[in-house]
Write a protein that binds this ligand. Structure first.
Ligand SMILES: NC(=O)c1ccc[n+]([C@@H]2O[C@H](COP(=O)([O-])OP(=O)(O)OC[C@H]3O[C@@H](n4cnc5c(N)ncnc54)[C@H](O)[C@@H]3O)[C@@H](O)[C@H]2O)c1
Ligand SMILES: O=P(O)(O)OC[C@H]1O[C@H](O[C@H]2[C@H](O)[C@@H](O)[C@@H](O)O[C@@H]2CO)[C@H](O)[C@@H](O)[C@@H]1O
Ligand SMILES: [Mn+2]
Length: 442
């Protein structure tokens, strides 16, 4: 029997990640057959460049796909089976401010952590809610796979706005990327690993990673990391700032040797040290605008003008695109593969509140995630997670209630700030910079 053919819509079609994602869709045509692919974006110029590239890609690699790009929600979402969501409200220009404003006031400047993540979250929530309302108007049954950041805050806000929607799944690629990195260090295929993981998004730990014979690989990974350091699976393609980030895994293991940490924990364990290492005049946003964004758009323009793919270096498969497509495939065909996803706790971590949005491993099938329980976690991890989740929840409440008081509480609780006077200064500066995007805080 022929497999069903699916329709995919990519919201944020003009994203720098879209070419890699489209390439992954082409690569998996044998296992995940597609009828139609649509790009949707609210920036027509940006999307046109990627859309014209996609026409060439599909003509060469997947000619049976009916492809189009649009700014119309009706065209984008009617009849779709999966929405892959990767929007960035405010673009890289606002990411740059998220990173630079806190740094100028003595705190970490980062896309998803600390005050930068707070500012980005306060911009993302409104657009995400509007987008899902549009999706549900035209595609009530579609799966909505979200990886728009900051995923922790977005996930909590979406749970509040759409409490009964069982087809919204929030997911991050960093755990998969770490698993691939472990695979490279061990000389093994990471797709065979069975991970045990707990935490919040960009704030978690691998406690065990079993191979197919049930052997836990974490002790060996710790040894290798402590003796020889740590680097990403795709180290050759990484900018220096990411290599520095991965190298910090060794420092984290020296101080807290229980588990393999998510790279983002470096900002919370070492806020002073990391702040001193970041250049307030040239942050990751500058590196991306001058690097990935430039390369992707230049190459897409060249391919569209030439009308053929040729030798394409930039538009390659990466962990990110492949993971999203494999996740959709696992849902579509009820394959129940294991992914690390963001879900409501509901007892998974037994000594944490039920309504915390945690990140844990789950089987992923046609009815969504069936997450694995983790049991009781240690006091250090519980303390860190509760403080961080309180910050995330207060951020969401600040947005819904337009509350300055809650915003100030959120930033004061964040480990990258701590001091309430510093939190107030940063908040006031971020309010000024985000006038166009945030609700009014009173
Ligand atoms: N969770 C993860 O693991 C993960 C990994 C990679 C990227 N991301 C996220 O994916 C998103 C895209 O990242 P990027 O670096 O490619 O950014 P980008 O700015 O290149 O792409 C975002 C696109 O979204 C569009 N957009 C913005 N608001 C929109 C709206 N309301 N409706 C429709 N389109 C809209 C923009 O015009 C832009 O083309 C970001 O949120 C990023 O944080 C998440
Ligand atoms: O600074 P950026 O824009 O390069 O990346 C920010 C994102 O970083 C993580 O994603 C990694 C991903 O894990 C890896 O597989 C590969 O595709 O690169 C990405 C970026 O380096 C993170 O998980 C995302 O949430 C961030 O948006
Ligand atoms: Mn992520």
């Amino acid at each position: 029997m022929n497999k069903k053919e699916f329709t995919i819509t990519i919201a944020g079609g003009g994203s720098t990640w879209t070419p890699g994602l489209l390439k992954a869709l082409c690569k998996r045509k044998g296992t995940f057959p597609l009828k139609r692919v649509v790009l949707f974006d609210n920036n027509p110029e940006r999307q046109e460049v990627i859309g014209e590239f996609a026409k060439v890609l599909f003509k060469e690699e997947y000619p049976t796909v009916d492809f189009e790009y649009t700014t119309s929600p009706e065209v984008a979402f009617t009849g779709t089976d999966f929405v892959f969501c990767q929007i960035r409200t405010g673009g890289y220009k606002m990411r740059e401010l998220d990173e630079k404003i806190p740094l100028s006031l003595g705190a970490i400047g980062q896309e998803t952590c600390g005050p930068g993540g707070f500012a980005y979250g306060m911009r993302s929530i409104g657009d995400m809610i509007k987008l899902i309302e549009e999706v549900r108007k035209y595609a009530p049954e579609a799966w909505f796979l979200n990886y728009t950041n900051p995923a922790a805050i977005v996930a909590d806000a979406l749970k509040k706005a759409f409490p009964n929607d069982k087809k919204i799944l929030n997911i991050c690629d960093q755990p998969v990327n770490l698993l691939r990195s472990y695979g490279r260090l061990l000389g093994m295929d990471s797709s065979e690993f069975e991970p045990v993981y707990f935490g919040l998004n960009h704030f978690g730990w691998f406690t065990n990673i079993y191979d197919k014979n049930g052997v836990d690989l974490v002790p060996k990974l710790k040894d290798i990391t402590l003796n020889s350091g740590f680097k990403p699976a795709d180290a050759e393609q990484r900018d220096q700032s990411w290599l520095d980030t991965y190298a910090m895994v060794r420092d984290m293991l020296v101080d807290f040797p229980d588990y393999m940490p998510n790279t983002y924990l470096q900002y919370y364990y070492y806020p002073e040290y990391k702040k001193a290492k970041l250049d307030p005049e040239y942050t990751r946003a500058n590196e991306v605008m001058n690097g990935r964004e430039k390369r992707v758009f230049e190459e897409c323009r060249e391919i569209a003008a030439r009308g053929s793919m040729g030798e394409s270096n930039v538009v390659h498969n990466d962990a990110h695109g492949e993971m999203i497509v494999e996740v959709a495939e696992s849902i579509a065909f009820n394959e129940n593969r294991i992914y690390i996803v963001i879900v409501q706790n509901n007892g998974l971590i037994s000594n944490l509140d039920d309504d915390v949005m945690v990140e844990v491993a789950a089987n992923l099938g046609i009815n969504g995630p069936r997450p694995f329980g983790v049991g009781k976690i240690g006091t250090f991890y519980k303390g860190l997670m509760e403080q961080q989740f309180a910050y995330e929840r207060l951020t969401v409440e600040a947005w819904f209630e337009g509350s300055y008081a809650k915003a100030l509480q959120a930033l004061t609780l964040n480990r990258t700030i701590v001091d309430a006077k510093k939190a107030r200064k940063i908040l006031d500066a971020l309010i000024e910079a985000n006038k166009e995007y945030w609700p009014t805080l009173r």
